[in-house]
Design a protein. Structure first.
Length: 179
């Protein structure tokens, strides 16, 4: 025969477990939840340099307005010794004069740590592993017009007083390529 009280007890027990699990999960995700931001890597770096939208070093964040918990507004790369950062507004560099085929420029913000103040240094760029051609760029925000495609190495040109000088390697697309 069918035992109604026992069936009710089993049903109530099952319902209690489901409700408790639902409340526990809901409370766990709402109490003190911190948004998790998935950071991305972007094309544009080469020879060991990675572009990312993670938070850059604190010393390179001055002047930026960012939304807490959101990806960094523009891709950036850090130098080999951690004292040089390039913020790529252009996302990908394209060889040739500005403006590019889409009307934008190869705009890059160069930031150096604990070295000459902004405006007192220059950045030298050359194809990876080659001495020529050399492109000299003012530090700070600048438009970077490069004569040819390939992997380019960029370094601050000031004397680092015996310290190694960082370098950043960035891929330059062929002239006329849409970024």
């Amino acid at each position: 025969m069918y035992d109604l009280p026992r069936a009710r007890q089993a049903g109530l027990a099952a319902l209690t477990v489901v409700l408790a699990a639902g409340c526990t999960t809901s409370q766990a995700t709402n109490v003190g939840a911190i948004p998790v931001v998935d950071h991305q890597s972007f094309v544009g770096g080469c020879a060991g340099t990675t572009l990312t939208d993670a938070d850059p070093p604190a010393w390179a964040q001055a002047g930026w307005t960012v939304v807490k918990g959101a990806p960094w507004p523009v891709p950036w790369a850090t130098g080999t010794h951690g004292d040089f950062v390039a913020f790529l507004f252009a996302t990908e560099l394209v060889a040739g004069p500005s403006p590019r085929v889409d009307g934008s420029d190869n705009k890059v913000l160069w930031v150096t740590k604990d070295f000459p103040p902004l405006g007192n240094a220059t950045i030298e760029g050359r194809p990876l592993g080659r001495s020529q051609p050399v492109v000299t760029i003012a530090d700070g925000p600048s438009v970077v017009d490069l004569p040819q495609a390939g992997c380019w190495t960029f370094r601050p040109s000031w004397t680092a007083k015996g310290r190694p000088i960082s370098s950043i390697n960035l891929e330059v697309l062929p002239a006329g390529t849409p970024p």
